[in-house]
Ligand binder design. Structure first.
Ligand SMILES: Cc1cc2nc3c(=O)[nH]c(=O)nc-3n(C[C@H](O)[C@H](O)[C@H](O)COP(=O)(O)O)c2cc1C
Length: 223
């Protein structure tokens, strides 16, 4: 029998959905971390696909009355205009369904998630698509997904610190992703970025422990 190369058969191909939400471009800490995560993910998943959605590059509209009416009209009864109103939501949800894994770069804005990320969440949390009520109780419909959130903030909000109760980013993301079925979540808090603005720390020193944390995740995967 001739020698056969089984590499492509054995290789698990998966898809990573990469979503950034900082308006700061190259200066952004959360973008820096999510890009480093994606680089390591590519190395760990040769043949894997990365889908990138930059929420600052292509603004997502607010949901309006037409959208809500369309979402709560049974699919088969929707008019062409209602289907059109849900087209973006449908395609954003399709990205979530197709991907095996998600990584989010998230800046803290006013103790919460940035508005562009909230707009995306409003488009993808949809009855009958990403959650459903079964016997009166909500059930998440995204199954077997893994999500990583890389969160940058000016202050420090670690558990047991004075500011912990001001942090609406991690609890909110945990709740909303749990609601749609994504319970395998990892959070990295890069807090204290304000020190960078005061020149108290240089960017590489600030990033180092967080880059090392990301590195340790990938090393644990391949160990
Ligand atoms: C509009 C705005 C609001 C912010 N609000 C907060 C805040 O409530 N708490 C905080 O600790 N840092 C806050 N910051 C600081 C950012 O969280 C910090 O600069 C972080 O690095 C942002 O992530 P990025 O670098 O990826 O954009 C705010 C920054 C901006 C631009």
């Amino acid at each position: 029998m001739p020698f056969k190369h089984h590499m492509s058969v054995n290789m698990k191909t998966s898809t990573l959905l990469h979503i950034d939400s900082s308006p700061l471009g190259a200066a952004s800490i959360s973008r820096d971390l999510s890009h480093r995560f994606v680089e390591r993910w590519r190395e760990t998943n040769p043949g894997g696909a990365v889908v990138t959605r930059d929420l600052n590059a292509a603004p997502i509209p607010t949901i309006d009355g037409q959208w809500v009416g369309a979402a709560y009209t049974p699919e088969e009864a929707r008019t062409a205009a209602q289907r059109e109103a849900l087209a973006l939501s449908d395609s954003l949800i399709a990205e979530l369904v197709v991907a095996d894994e998600y990584v989010f770069g998230v800046p803290m804005h006013n103790f919460g998630v940035p508005s562009v990320l909230k707009l995306w969440i409003d488009q993808v949390v949809r009855a009958g698509k990403t959650f459903a009520y079964v016997g009166g109780a909500p059930v998440g419909l995204l199954k077997n997904k893994k999500a990583t959130f890389l969160i940058a903030s000016g202050g420090v909000y670690d558990a047991c610190t004075a500011m912990a109760s001001y942090n609406f980013v991690e609890p909110y993301l945990r709740t909303i992703f749990g609601f749609v079925g994504v319970t395998e979540t990892t959070f990295l808090a890069a807090g204290g970025a304000a020190a960078l603005n005061y020149g108290k720390v240089d960017r590489e020193s600030f990033l180092r422990p967080h880059v090392e944390t990301i590195e340790s995740w990938f090393q644990a995967l391949t160990a």
